[in-house]
Write a protein that binds this ligand. Structure first.
Ligand SMILES: *[C@@H]1O[C@H](CO)[C@@H](O)[C@H](O)[C@H]1NC(C)=O
Ligand SMILES: *[C@@H]1O[C@H](CO)[C@@H](O)[C@H](O)[C@H]1NC(C)=O
Length: 395
């Protein structure tokens, strides 16, 4: 079949069906899924009789139909159980990331390995189906279930999860301490975030940038390298050249690299101008520390990863006499609490037509860093499936 949609086209076309409003019940979603996997869309036997085909032809058709029905049933049960597994895995991972203890890490390691085992079992079954007579959606789903880059060897899978968990723990607990004030240490949140937002002191920023990396890099390096090795072993076992190739197939876009290169070529002239302009402005602030023909020192861009440059806007704004909006100041002036800020954000997204955050979000999310335990305090969004009552659980 060469008329199959690419996945993003398909999603766009059906976007309305996933909108959560009074009319879209869980049942409607299930019905939609049934249609997509082909459970409700197959011609029933009466319509087949009307179709007066030759004998061989109709037997062939029946075989095809049986295959499609078999696949539909498999997909339905797969989806149902996948939801359950995602929830079990999600709950144990959330319990660990909001409370890093030995016990919670052990529980998550176990559930995550069981989940992978289940996925591999289903992958084997999916590999046996013929693709004959399947709809585009069925074909895409079966292919996606077949696809895996997990290692066959359980010991390697276990090693990977353990090393991952160890890295998250190191990363989450990392701090930088001043040699003359060993008790006043900065964690990423809020210490380092605030320092990078406000400090314009070259050596202080350099100290924090380097100190934070020294607190993490050397400790995670060997684990990290080993994880990549294990991932590449799994990828090659599944006929990918490496894990990167396996990831890129998730986009289901042909010639992804070429397309990205083309986009980058379009963007590059603008990026170079922007980079030069910001470098010129930073030179005015930091003098000899910035070389007008070299790269920008990464710790001068207002964030420890140099990803968002928002915090140096006041150094770089092109029209200094035009007032910039001061979100922080505004929120403080209006006495916004953490909770108020989430409500504000929720209202903003609702104003764009997105559904309101469900009750479970307000009940279970971790909004601020707790004082008495280690947690992963980097902002993240979680889809935890549905709770026992069938309510959505996102955190
Ligand atoms: C953190 O996890 C431990 C189990 O390791 C548990 O006993 C404790 O109650 C948890 N703390 C919170 C606040 O959930
Ligand atoms: C520690 O050193 C920093 C940087 O050299 C300095 O700014 C700070 O005042 C010192 N603190 C103390 C308590 O001496």
């Amino acid at each position: 079949m060469n008329h199959c949609y690419q996945v993003f086209v398909f999603k766009d076309a059906n976007f309305d069906l996933f909108q959560e409003d009074e009319q879209t019940s869980q049942k409607a979603k299930n019905d939609f899924f049934d249609r997509m996997i082909g459970l409700s869309n197959l011609p029933d036997s009466s319509s087949e009789k009307e179709n007066d085909a030759g004998k061989d032809n109709s037997r062939q058709k029946r075989n095809v139909e049986t295959n499609s029905k078999k696949v539909a049933r498999f997909l339905r049960s797969y989806q149902y159980n996948l939801d359950k597994w995602r929830r079990i895995d999600g709950l144990s991972n959330f319990a660990r990331e909001t409370n890093i203890t030995k016990h919670n890490t052990a529980v998550h390691t176990k559930t995550s390995l069981e989940f992978t085992k289940w996925l591999l079992k289903k992958q084997k079954i999916a590999a046996k189906f013929s693709l004959r007579g399947l709809s585009c959606d069925q074909t895409r789903m079966i292919k996606s279930i077949r696809k895996s880059s997990s290692c066959k060897e359980p010991a390697l899978r276990k090693e990977k999860v353990r090393k991952r968990n160890r890295i998250t723990a190191i990363y989450s607990k990392a701090k930088v301490c001043r040699p003359n004030e060993p008790t006043k240490c900065l964690m990423y949140e809020p210490g380092i975030i605030n320092l990078f937002a406000k400090s314009r002191n070259y050596s202080e920023l350099l100290w924090a940038w380097k100190g934070w990396r020294d607190a993490i890099g050397p400790k995670v390096r060997t684990d990290w390298e080993r994880i990549i090795e294990i991932e590449n072993i799994g990828a090659r076992e599944n006929n990918y050249t490496d894990e990167g190739a396996a990831w890129r197939t998730n986009y289901q876009v042909s010639n992804l690299r070429g397309k990205v290169e083309k986009l980058w070529a379009q963007l590059r002239p603008f990026y170079l101008q922007l980079h030069s302009y910001v470098r010129y402005k930073l030179k005015q602030e930091y003098g000899d520390h910035v070389n007008l023909t070299g790269p920008i020192p990464a710790h001068l861009l207002g964030e420890i990863w140099a990803m968002s440059w928002l915090n140096i806007y006041n150094l770089t704004k092109p029209y200094p006499n035009v007032n910039a909006f001061q979100v922080d100041e505004g929120l403080k002036e209006m006495n916004y609490t953490t909770h108020d800020m989430f409500v504000l954000a929720d209202n903003f997204y609702q104003s764009m037509g997105l559904p309101a955050m469900p009750d479970n979000f307000w009940k279970y999310s971790m909004f601020t860093r707790p004082k008495n335990r280690s947690v992963v305090c980097y902002a993240s969004a979680w889809n935890m499936g549905h709770d026992k009552q069938g309510n959505e659980d996102v955190r």
